[in-house]
Design a protein around this ligand. Sequence first.
Ligand code: RAM
Length: 916
Amino acid sequence: MNNTSQQKAFLITLLCVVFFSVTSCDQKETLEKANDLTISEGFQNPLGFYDATPTFSWKLPALKNNKSQFAYQIVVASNPELLPNNADLWDSKKQESEQSVWVKYHGKELESRQKVYWQVKYWNQDKEASFWSDINHFELGLLNNSDWKAKWIGLDTKKEKVIGTQKNILHRPQYLRKDFELSNNVASARLYITAKGVFDVAVNGEDVSNDVMPPGYTPYKKRIETITYNVTNLIESGQNTIGVELAAGWHSGRLGWMKKYWLDTETPKMICQLELTMKDGSKEVVISDDSWKGTTNGPIRLASIYDGETYDANLEMPNWTTNNFNDKNWESVNAFSITNDIRLEPKRHTTVKTKIQLPTKQIIEKDGAVIFDLEQNMVGVPLIKVPMKKGQILKIRFAEMLSPDGSFYTENYRSALSTNYYTANEDGIIEYEPKFTFHGFRYVELSGFDTSKKPSKDWVTGLVQYSDFDKNGTFTSSNEKLNQLQSNIVWGLRGNFFDIPTDCPQRDERMGWTGDAQVFGPTSIFNANVYKFWASWMQSVRESQFDDGGIPWVVPDVLFNNKVSAGWGDVCTIIPWKIYLRTGDKRILEENFEMMKGWVAYHEKNTKKGISKMGFFGDWLQPYPENGNNKGDTKQSVIGTAFFAHSAKLTAKTAKILGKEKEYQKYENLFKEVSKKFANHFFDENGKVKNATETQTTYLLALAFDMLPEQKQKGAKEQLLKKIEEADNHLRTGFLGTPLLSEVLDETGEIGLMYKLLFNETYPSWFYSINQGATTIWERWNSYSKAEGFNPQNMNSLNHYAYGAIGEWMYERIAGIAPLEAGYKMIKIAPVPKSPLTSASANLDTPYGKVSSSWEIKGDKLQLQIVVPPNTKAKVTVPGTLESFEESNDVKIISDYKVNSELIVKPGTYTFNSKL
Ligand code: RAM
């Protein structure tokens, strides 16, 4: 070899060494794999998924050496065997990025029915690689109407002319069935199904799922959600039977109070498409069409959301969903082609399920009836196991509370009968669980059973039903009443997340009131994993927006009155923004930006000289209204103008995040303009209210929405404190003002006063209802009192989540966990320990993992323990004077004040001690 070729060889060897050492170092997988893989708004391995352009999220395990992510790689394939090296749908390649949440899919276009497999690996800050995660998967549902070959089917339930108490037509529940024969063995089977109404489906005698009242509730004239079930294990070779029970549900029942719309509703219908892949690779499809048979002569005689269910066991049809049944006396169904104006789309959040079972705690016998007390106001149905004699009719009634004389209080259900009947067909213990209704109750009253038997607690169990999400956080403290309040907030959430966010779950309402949702939504995100729930409902809000940009009072809109309300319609800016703040996912902003703009334009059109004329529910249910009106004393134009400015501001912030600079400027200017007019019109030079009644809420709106120039702001704060003092340090706020109290007092440096309001025991306060026995949040601050009994107003729900809005502040300030950057990439941990509390603690599942903050006071010492998840940082403010503390690589003191030192903390678990 000559010199140059020697040099060349040396160079090549060197390059090889460098190359291999780099790649092998890169490739050597030593770190524990990523966990908690989810797609889009937090779905784990979904079937019948809605989203063909998903995002991917994962969590780094909380290891000592996992501080942040340096890079990631996602691989996506149509077959798990292709992973990780031969991903045929997408290989993100190694991306140097800290992003571990909401990473957009950029692979091949995905189609209806497609099965997709994916996994991820990450590199940590030291560029060490993890093992590949487990393979996760999802399967798309039928994304387009054109995927459906099936027809809507059903019986003409109008012709029976069964009339309800409100002169409404009742549609008897239908039983629909179809036998079919398969010539081959099945490899895989999917059942795509939905209803104009609610359904329950069985295949060959087996329940397909335990979903409650699917498909749920959407603006049915625009979109009906479809459900996908894996029924492979239920299908047999040869003869098969599919049977569907179908009831009116929200679609064809009476809902709301606009009689003319439900007097004569469309008959319920069902559509399903069973798609089979046979072992030999061939495909078969069984669809709903006019070959199906149906009857209304089954055991569920009537079923209505408001009124309850009537069941007659004499009409049971054993084996009707099996091959072993003769349907020759059944009718042929009517079949209707699907139309394009109603989109059939896979459900975009989880169905309702029975999530908790509550045992009876006490039995009370009164006037021949027996009352079962679950000691918790709840929503769902009872599971009844009662001895009966043949022919007896069991009557099952519900109540949220008993009257002081021990009698059943049902007036607050108003026209909702909320009663079930069961007719026994033999002697013995019957087992019954209503299927197509739900109730809000703590007490269950039974009459009409076999009275020779002594009532026993196991006769009644409460099945608590809500959309199938998990807990997302916990809050607890040293104060029992505060813990009860937290429990009441969580029960308010469980009770009113029945597929849509409802105002209340028990009376003749149960609608998606936009104002209530706006007020409570932010707190719900701390307590439950509800991102999908809200994202899904926001789609319904978009679909319900009026052409002029207005947002209806309720969504889905069953009032059809074209009316809007300030502070209610603003749900369309507030919820997306709050979700963005908590998740860091821009998609919720992208999806809703146009709607926000439409709503702000609507606000703008409804002003005169910059002051809003919008009006409507005001500061709903404010206590001690001077005018005696539910709308409270805060002037409508104050509320309208304040929310106009606030929605403009949130739209500006959204534009900014989405990189729309021009629109950002436009809405930011609009916010400033409106604020200026507001400040000039309603506030004098000293920040005191003019041209309007002075109320706590007027000041709260101006301050919370940052609408006053500095000088006025200062004055307004003083005036607010005066107003509170005048009210003997009590709140005077309704639905709109209450959620702003904590935020404003906190920012005003009046946390002590906020603690005072929170721990008040007398009316109006949160603890007042607790002192009267509340196990949920009530619609009114005084829905009931031991001294005066029930509030005489007929609008008196004992399960109305709005005032639970304080929960957000309990997490953020009492326990002290807040995002400094959207999605908690940067976390603020700054608890405010104060008497009467001696300890408080919260856990929160953020997109990056669990954050916790927990403090305890002993004497003059405070101990703060925190957990910061991987791939985030926290700015911690330690209350009091930090005791000797050694800085490290993981903890840096950034401001060593005498009190309240600030530290920047890397992921890990820490304990800080301080002197108060
Ligand atoms: C009641 C609802 C709801 C409220 C509206 C204005 O009927 O229960 O809570 O938003 O009124």
